[in-house]
Each structure stands twice: as C-alpha cells, then as structure tokens.
Design a protein around this ligand. Structure first.
Ligand SMILES: [Zn+2]
Length: 217
C-alpha cells in the first residue's frame, strides 16, 4: 500500500508554518510515498509562478525518494473572481474547499465553473452526505459522473471524518459509488504530523476499494 497525503500547507499559506522542503523532508522521513502540496490560492496570489516553480524543483530533487505533487486549495466562499482556472494546467490537481459551508458557492454553479479547470479536481474535507441532503440529490453520483475525487481529511477539524470512520452505511455508499478517493492530513505544521492517523486513513481508503485519486496505486 502506498501511503499518500495529498493535502499540505506551507508558508505560501497564511496559516502554514513550514517551507515546502520541510514538509517534503518530513514526509519522506516518515515513509510517505506521495505528498501533495496544496496551499491556499488566496494566500499565494501573485506568487503563483514562484510557487509552481519551487514545488516543481523539489519534485525533481526528491524523485526516487518520494513523489511530490503540486496542487492548490481553492476557496469557494465565494469563488475567487481573480483566479484564472487556466493556471490549473500547470498543476497536478486542485482541491476545492467549503462547498459544504453555508457560504459556499452553489454546487451547480461550481460544476459549471470546474469545467474551466485543466487538471484533476477533488473536494477537500467535504461532508458529501450533508451536502447531498441539502441539495436533495445523491452527490456521490455527481462526483462519479464528473470525475471529481473526494478527500478523507483526518486533520481532526472536520466532524464528517469521525462520523465516516465508524459509519458502515456511509462507507458502503462511498464504495458502491465507485468515486475516486484521496487522503489528506491538512498539515500546517510538521509538529502536528500524525503518522498513525495517516496510515489509518490510507488503510480505510484501501478497504473501501475505491480507486485512489490521480490513479495513484
Ligand atoms: Zn487545507
């Protein structure tokens, strides 16, 4: 089993405390196979070129030791008006956050907007069952149809995770939907890195037997 962690913040994010190098070195030292850097697009702003260049250089430097992916976490409360989705062509993936918040953009509007993105996309820490209830539709089917992956975010900040790890019915629904799944620690500081939980979340993802996001595995 490859250990993946596709959600990490660096100092490019207002709330990140490490450099990308420190995040990657910590992951490599903990036998993580695939690490995704996903800083907030609103924090990066005009430094997006520098950001992509830095992560890509680290990708090359660490190749053979750990797979580094360059991603971005994009807020939807509301959707940024100044973010050109064209940039996503230079990224390995984008995560979208807060669609399940009351202030998050309308899901149908989001599905239109996401067509402009040129890389694989996923939903960060999203309570997909709560969102399905709100829209009175099975959004797992929508994710499957639209090839959007869903993140198991074990940072401890999101209730949906704690519900999901013990809720067999929800686990079955995700399995049967056939959607792709990723795992994310949402690390903002390597001091919070929790190897045990990372492995548990990866094991859960594999037990569900869904494809792993970005065709990892
Ligand atoms: Zn995040």
């Amino acid at each position: 089993m490859k250990i993946i962690d596709l959600h990490n913040h660096t100092r490019y994010s207002y709330d990140g405390q490490n450099t990308a190098r420190e995040i990657i070195e910590n992951a490599a030292a903990n036998n993580v196979d695939v690490i995704g850097i996903t800083d907030h697009q609103f924090s990066i702003g005009a430094k997006i070129g520098e950001y992509i260049e830095e992560i890509n250089a680290l990708k090359t430097e660490f190749s053979g030791k750990i797979t580094v992916l360059c991603g971005l976490e994009i807020g939807t409360r509301p959707a940024p008006s100044d973010f050109p989705p064209k940039i996503s062509g230079m990224l390995d993936f984008c995560l979208f956050e807060s669609l399940d918040s009351n202030k998050g953009m309308d899901i149908y509007e989001f599905l239109e907007w996401k067509k402009l993105f040129l890389c694989p996309i996923g939903l960060a820490h999203t309570d997909i069952f709560g969102l399905s209830k709100r829209y009175k539709t099975d959004l797992l089917k929508v994710l499957k149809r639209e090839k959007i992956f869903w993140e198991i975010n074990f940072s401890g900040n999101y209730d949906y995770y704690f519900d999901f790890i013990t809720n067999k019915q929800k686990q079955c629904a995700v399995s049967e939907s056939g959607i792709s799944i990723s795992v994310g620690s949402d690390t903002h500081w390597t001091g919070d890195f929790d190897k045990k939980r990372l492995v548990q979340a990866n094991e859960l993802a594999r037990r569900l037997k869904n494809p792993i996001a970005l065709e990892i595995d």
